[in-house]
Design a binder for this molecule. Structure first.
Ligand code: HEM
Length: 407
C-alpha cells in the first residue's frame, strides 16, 4: 500500500463504522492497617463532587469499582494524576490452575471493592479512597486458560526494540493498575493488594512502574517532550463501543490494554529548534496541527505547501499514527510521564504509553507503521511492554473474572 496516499476513509466515517524476582507479599502484611493508623473516626469529605472529580482536598471523589465494566479505563474521565502499574507472573511451567485463578481474582475483586468504598471504619483507608481505581488485567497465558485462543487477542508481536527486552519485561499473567490523585495512595494500595495476593500460587512481581500526570481536564496532558498529548480520542460512547470495549463472548465488557514503557531522549529532542520539534510531532506544543486550525482539532493529512509538501510531514508522529492508514478505529490513550532514576545514574525521563482497544491488531499495526516511518521513534526506546486483557466488570453477584474462569 502507498503509505502516503490520501486516506481512503475519513476518521468520521471510521468512527461511524523493577524488580524481577521479588516474591509477592514479601513487604506486605499491612491488612491490619498498622502503617496508616487506626483512626476510624476520620471520614471522607461529606459533599463529594461528581465521580472522580477533584475534591477540595485534591484527592478526588470516589469511583465505584463495580459495574459492567471495570473502573480505570474511562472512569474517571480525567485519569488520576498518580499511577502504579504492576505486572506479576507465575513463571513458566505448568498451565495455570483455573480454579486457583478464579479464587484469586474473586478475592481481588472483593478487596478492590472494599478499598474503593468510603467506609470510614476501614483502618486501611483512614482518609477514604479519594478517586482510587484499581484496574485488573490478565496476560496471554491466563487468557488462553480462560478460553482457548483468547491469548492471541492480547499477545503483542515484536516491534523495533522488543528483541532487546528480556521475556519478563514482555510477558506477564496479572496486571494491577492502581491510580489515584493522592500521591501516597497508589503505593499504599499496591502494598495492600500484594500482601493479599501472597499465597501458594507463586506469583512474582515482574516489574512496577510509578507514573504521573499534570493536573488537567480529560485525557489530554502535557507530555515530557513538552507537547499536549492525548488530544485525539474516541469521540463518544458509540466510538468507545465500536473501538474500545469488547462486545461479545466471555470477555464482553473488557478491553485490550497495551502498555509500552519508553525512555525518551529529551536532550536530543530539546536540541532541535521549535520548528523541527513540531515537525517530528506534526503539531505545535499547544496541539495546533501543522495543517492549521484548533489546538484540539484533527490534523489535515491532505494539506500541502505551495511546493507540494505535506504540511503534516510524511515522517511526523501525527501522520504515522493516524488510524486512516491502518484502517483502524481510534484507540483510547491515557499516557503518563515516568522518571528512571537510581543510585549512580543520571535521571532520565520517559513515557508510559497506555492504550485501550478491542483488537490488539489496532495497536500492532499502528506501532509497526510508526517503526517504519515515524521520526518520533528515534527519540524513544522501549524498556517494557505488555498486551493484556482488562477483565470485564464485576459486582457482588458476579465476582471478578467469573465469566472467564467460572465453573
Ligand atoms: C513514544 C512516546 C510517544 C509520544 C511522546 C507521543 C506523543 C503524541 C502526541 C504529542 C500526539 C499528538 C496529540 C494527540 O492527538 O494526542 C500523539 C498522537 C497520537 N499518538 Fe502518540 N506518542 C507516543 C507513542 C505512541 C504510540 C506507541 C502509539 C501507538 C502505537 C501512539 C499513537 C498515537 C495516536 C493514534 C495519535 C493520534 C493520531 C491522530 O489521529 O491524529 N503514540 N502522540
Amino acid at each position: 500500500m502507498d503509505e502516503e496516499r490520501q486516506p481512503a476513509t475519513s476518521r468520521r466515517r471510521l468512527l461511524a463504522g523493577s524488580a524481577a524476582g521479588l516474591v509477592v507479599g514479601g513487604g506486605g502484611g499491612l491488612w491490619a492497617g498498622t502503617r496508616w493508623g487506626n483512626d476510624a473516626t476520620t471520614t471522607p469529605a461529606a459533599s463529594a463532587p461528581p465521580t472522580g472529580a477533584a475534591g477540595p482536598d485534591g484527592r478526588g471523589s470516589p469511583v465505584a469499582a463495580t459495574g459492567d465494566r471495570q473502573a480505570g479505563v474511562d472512569r474517571p474521565a480525567t485519569p488520576p494524576r498518580q499511577l502504579a502499574f504492576v505486572v506479576l507472573g507465575e513463571g513458566a511451567g505448568a498451565p495455570p490452575d483455573r480454579a486457583a485463578v478464579a479464587a484469586l481474582l474473586a478475592r481481588l475483586g472483593e478487596d478492590i471493592d472494599a478499598l474503593t468504598a468510603t467506609d470510614p471504619a476501614d483502618p486501611r483507608m483512614p482518609d477514604g479512597p479519594g478517586n482510587l481505581t484499581v484496574q485488573v488485567g490478565i496476560g496471554a497465558a491466563w487468557a488462553d486458560a480462560a478460553a482457548p485462543g483468547l491469548g492471541d487477542r492480547v499477545r503483542l508481536p515484536a516491534f523495533r526494540g522488543s528483541d532487546a527486552l528480556p521475556d519478563e519485561l514482555r510477558d506477564g499473567d496479572l496486571v494491577l493498575a492502581v491510580a489515584a490523585d493522592d500521591p501516597a495512595l497508589p503505593d499504599h494500595v499496591v502494598d495492600l493488594l500484594l500482601a493479599g495476593l501472597a499465597g501458594p500460587h507463586g506469583l512474582r512481581v515482574l516489574w512496577v512502574q510509578r507514573a504521573f500526570r499534570s493536573p488537567g481536564e480529560g485525557a489530554v496532558v502535557r507530555n515530557p517532550l513538552g507537547f499536549r498529548d492525548g488530544i485525539i480520542q474516541p469521540a463518544d460512547a458509540a466510538a468507545m463501543d465500536g473501538g474500545v470495549w469488547i462486545a461479545d463472548g466471555p470477555a464482553a465488557g473488557g478491553t485490550i490494554g497495551v502498555v509500552r514503557r519508553f525512555v525518551l531522549d529529551t536532550a536530543a529532542f530539546g536540541a532541535l529548534d521549535a520548528e523541527a520539534q513540531a515537525s517530528v510531532i506534526g503539531r505545535r506544543p499547544d496541539g495546533t496541527p501543522l495543517s492549521g486550525g484548533d489546538p484540539d482539532g484533527e490534523v489535515d493529512l491532505t494539506a500541502k505547501t505551495p511546493h507540494g509538501e505535506y504540511l503534516v510531514p510524511a515522517d511526523s508522529h501525527a501522520r504515522a499514527a493516524h488510524p486512516s492508514f491502518t484502517g483502524s478505529p481510534l484507540m483510547a490513550r491515557r499516557s503518563y510521564a515516568i522518571r528512571i532514576d537510581g543510585e549512580g545514574i543520571a535521571p532520565r525521563p520517559g513515557l508510559l504509553f497506555w492504550s485501550f482497544q478491542n483488537d490488539v491488531a489496532v495497536f500492532a499495526r499502528t506501532q509497526q507503521r510508526m517503526d517504519r516511518v515515524d521520526r518520533l521513534m528515534d527519540f524513544a526506546t522501549p524498556t517494557a511492554e505488555l498486551g493484556y486483557l482488562v477483565l470485564p466488570g464485576f459486582t457482588a453477584d458476579r465476582p471478578l473474572g467469573s465469566g472467564l474462569f467460572g465453573a
